[in-house]
Design a protein around this ligand. Sequence first.
Ligand SMILES: Nc1ncnc2c1ncn2[C@@H]1O[C@H](COP(=O)(O)OP(=O)(O)OP(=O)(O)O)[C@@H](O)[C@H]1O
Ligand SMILES: [Mg+2]
Length: 499
Amino acid sequence: MADKLARYVGIDLGTSTSALAHVREDGNPEIVPNCDGERLTPSVVFFDQFEGVKLVGSAAKDGGFPERTVKHIKKHMDDPTYVVEIDGERWTPTEISALFLAKLRKDCSCLIGKIDEVVITVPANFNELARKATVTAGRLAGLSVKRIVNEPTAAALYYAHTQSVKGRVLVYDLGGGTLDITVLDIENDQVDILLSEGARHLGGSDFDSVLIELIGQQYKAQNGKDLILDETQRRRLLAGAEDTKKRLSKLNTVSEKIGSEDFGLAEVELSRDAFENAIRGLLTRTVMLVEQALDNLGMTPDDIDHVVLVGGSTRIPKVQELLTSQFGKAPISCGNVDECVALGAALFAQRARRVSEVCNHSYGTLAIIEDAATGEAAVRNSVVIPKNTPIPCSMSQVYMTSEDNEEVIEVAITQGEDHDPRYVDVVGKISLKVPPGRPAGCRVIVTYSYDENQRVRAQIYDEDSGLRKDIDIEYKGEGVLGDEEIESKSAYLKQIKIA
Ligand SMILES: Nc1ncnc2c1ncn2[C@@H]1O[C@H](COP(=O)(O)OP(=O)(O)OP(=O)(O)O)[C@@H](O)[C@H]1O
Ligand SMILES: [Mg+2]
């Protein structure tokens, strides 16, 4: 097997679970299990204190030492300052994610051959920093990341392939950490994304937190003590809450023995109704985001032919109920809602269908703009390419220089929709030296182009002098590793025992 090279490999690097799939010789995708025989590998790592082994997956989940266990790291992929410190070593979300990818790579290559090139999925609303961090995690794990693809796009490819879903489709992806809503058209071998919206920090792990509150209330009613305020008890409760939640998707009532001998034991009874009521606010938010997505497209639920479910949290009966009443028809589920992203990513790697995407974020520039109402001038974010514009695209905006004798024109390239500069990311800068002695008010044309590979280029053109400059917009901010650093960290990770 060692000499064989795996073809068309897709990886879903999920908040709660990760999975690897490849396309078989017969053209169908399949999940490749890990060495523990699991199709889904929990995105959890346990830092063993005796041999320094990094246990990844289910074995890590039961490690017993919460302070040595890291989970839900994907929630921090966009935070360059976030680190986890264990045994005096500092680990970034990118490095932790690399451990998950290294485990999948090592385990799955036993079955399908050497894994080199891969497609990795990300939530549609991941920003540039988080996307870049995902590619870097792949490289640290010794993988060549051919493409990053949005999770709902991958899932839609899977539904189109296996369930012959076609027409106008809304993908509702509620996983462990994020909600993604994508509307797309599927016709024959062409998939056109029309819009992708989403919410970070809205998913199964938030439901788990609500559930432990419910359990905590009952415990307090029986024992008079606050279980959740005790860190060890809280972590233990949280670890068990996921299973309780899953049981509530199948049963109307479940009972649990909680607490410990020394802290005090209690038996609590939970009903599905009580749980679904407690998460009502979060679920309503998801429904509102669906409404908003349709609104942005000028569509109503009637314009959607199929609603397809993606993500483990769509197994919650209330989720399906709410979507059924919103669309007047039941959503379609492929059953393996937590596998379809990886399966679709493998199909994406194979490029069996053409996929046209949209910009996941707005790109703009910082400019001094006069407020129409107050007449006051202030630095604002001026959007050049709005979010959800079909790509490839190229758009321009004319600006005027604001001062006399400006010799260097500098343009800050932003990512984000807000007009307030505080709520957008500056992802690059481009500057152009122009001849001296010019008055303010010279026309400068800023053009952004976005290609199929989601690469963005910026051009600045000074009309008066005819000078121009082009750059690739590459996020190089805090937390982004350079090539050399990636190589040395990758070499370090290679020596680590990952099991
Ligand atoms: N039967 C079930 N009932 C309720 N929730 C479930 C069920 N099965 C799985 N889940 C929840 O689904 C989530 C995991 O889903 P999935 O594997 O699709 O997410 P992920 O890909 O890890 O997350 P994300 O896509 O947000 O990064 C977890 O929160 C899990 O508890
Ligand atoms: Mg997912």
